[in-house]
Design a protein around this ligand. Structure first.
Ligand SMILES: NC(=O)c1ccc[n+]([C@@H]2O[C@H](COP(=O)([O-])OP(=O)(O)OC[C@H]3O[C@@H](n4cnc5c(N)ncnc54)[C@H](O)[C@@H]3O)[C@@H](O)[C@H]2O)c1
Length: 360
């Protein structure tokens, strides 16, 4: 049997436990060595639950002492860049949660560190790894939908602020609101399925309508009424692509709608597809008749496992599906979207070097 990879977790919050720990621990070639969280009490609790002896409150101490092969970064967004760069430059492969960084300038610094280190960095874009997304990507890449000319995507919640007054609603720590939180998942998915096409311009608007109501927190997220709320709770816009295709998008942590929804619709010259609340359908023509196709995807058979895939990229040099470079592409779009929203006019991508948004 090959040597197990020494794995450490940084930021043992809700996402880390639900997503990273359970999945990495299910892999045969991973050894959970250490856990780091600035909240010592929380770190102790998680470490006890997963029988881990090595507990840290400083990520640099953990990386310096534990001779790790892989870390997951599951901290608030503003810490992704310093931690990823430290880990990479100390010889550790990084699985970093989304968004990769607060903006494209930071994301590029991570790519530079990754290239210098020769290590791997994958972004935790789990929506690219659902069976529906993996199958649809195969269909699109095989040409079944023809040329894609339009996409529409959104993730809208009625009461889904991930903790009003926590780090999620603090611009300095989160980088933005719902656009950087949920937008990076579904706008990313639309563009990934379309082959990450070159953008032409983005235009959109942001709104902050629910910062004073105590009723719109996500179920299970209590929030802090005295905390900062200086980000948008909804965002909508349009991304125009160099190919002539367009992508409409809308994201909301809170809105006066009946039901929460995630959706993605992709229209091509030979067929269309939708993933609505996780269900994939394909629309096309057969024998001069329009047809709906519902792929039967067995939930017990994972077409591509995010965690196994990252380990395979390290052990077998499998080409990464969500590399750091895709984070620069997405953060450039998000940066320009925020500039468009603040100026009330479209922002063009002509000048590739001009990264316009700085968090303050
Ligand atoms: N891929 C997904 O579907 C998904 C879902 C939720 C969250 N996320 C991302 O995961 C990250 C964490 O989100 P969360 O919901 O788990 O937040 P959280 O607040 O529940 O957890 C963050 C944890 O990081 C710890 N932390 C803060 N500073 C630290 C430091 N310097 N060193 C070590 N630990 C530190 C906190 O104490 C906390 O336990 C965010 O980037 C978020 O965008 C991704």
């Amino acid at each position: 049997m090959t040597k197990k990879l020494r794995y450490g977790l940084i930021g043992a919050g809700s996402n880390a436990e639900k997503k990273h720990l359970s999945n990495y621990l299910s892999l045969p070639n991973i050894e959970l060595v250490s856990i780091c969280d600035v909240n010592q009490e929380h770190a102790n609790k998680i470490a006890k639950k997963y029988h881990v002896k090595n507990i840290y409150t400083s990520y640099s101490d953990m990386i310096d002492k534990e001779n790790l092969d892989i870390v997951s970064i599951c901290t608030p967004n503003s810490l992704h860049t310093p931690i990823a760069i430290y880990a990479l430059l100390h010889g550790v492969h990084v699985h970093c949660e989304k968004p990769l960084a607060l903006n494209a300038i930071e994301a590029q610094k991570i790519v530079d560190a990754k290239n210098k280190s020769g290590k791997q960095l994958m972004i935790g874009l789990n929506n690219r790894f659902t069976n529906e997304a993996v199958f649809l990507k195969r269909l699109i890449d095989a040409g079944y939908l023809g040329e894609i000319y339009k996409a529409k995507t959104g993730w809208i919640r009625r009461s889904g602020i991930p903790g009003r007054g926590t780090w999620f609603t603090n611009k300095e720590v989160a980088g933005g609101g719902v656009m950087i939180d949920l937008g990076v998942h579904f706008l990313d998915l639309a563009l990934y399925l379309m082959g990450l096409p070159e953008p032409k311009y983005v235009t959109g608007a942001t709104y902050q309508n629910f910062h004073q109501t105590a009723t719109r927190n996500r179920n299970g997220y209590s929030g802090n009424p005295a905390g900062v709320f200086n980000v948008e709770d909804s965002a909508a816009g349009l991304l125009s692509l160099q190919s002539g295709a367009i992508v409409h998008f809308e994201f909301a942590w809170a809105s006066n709608i009946e039901n929460d929804q995630t959706y993605l619709e992709i229209l091509g010259t030979n067929g269309g597809a939708s993933i609505i609340n996780g269900e994939l359908k394909v629309f096309s023509e057969l024998l001069d008749t329009t047809v709906d196709i519902t792929p039967i995807l067995n939930p017990n058979i994972k077409l591509k496992n995010e965690f196994e895939h990252f380990v395979n990229s390290i052990v077998f040099a499998e080409e990464l599906s969500a590399p750091a470079e895709h984070g620069v592409y997405m953060m450039d779009i998000i940066d320009r979207f925020y500039v468009s929203a603040s100026m009330g006019e479209p922002v063009f991508f002509k000048n590739k070097e001009k990264r316009v948004r700085i968090i303050n």
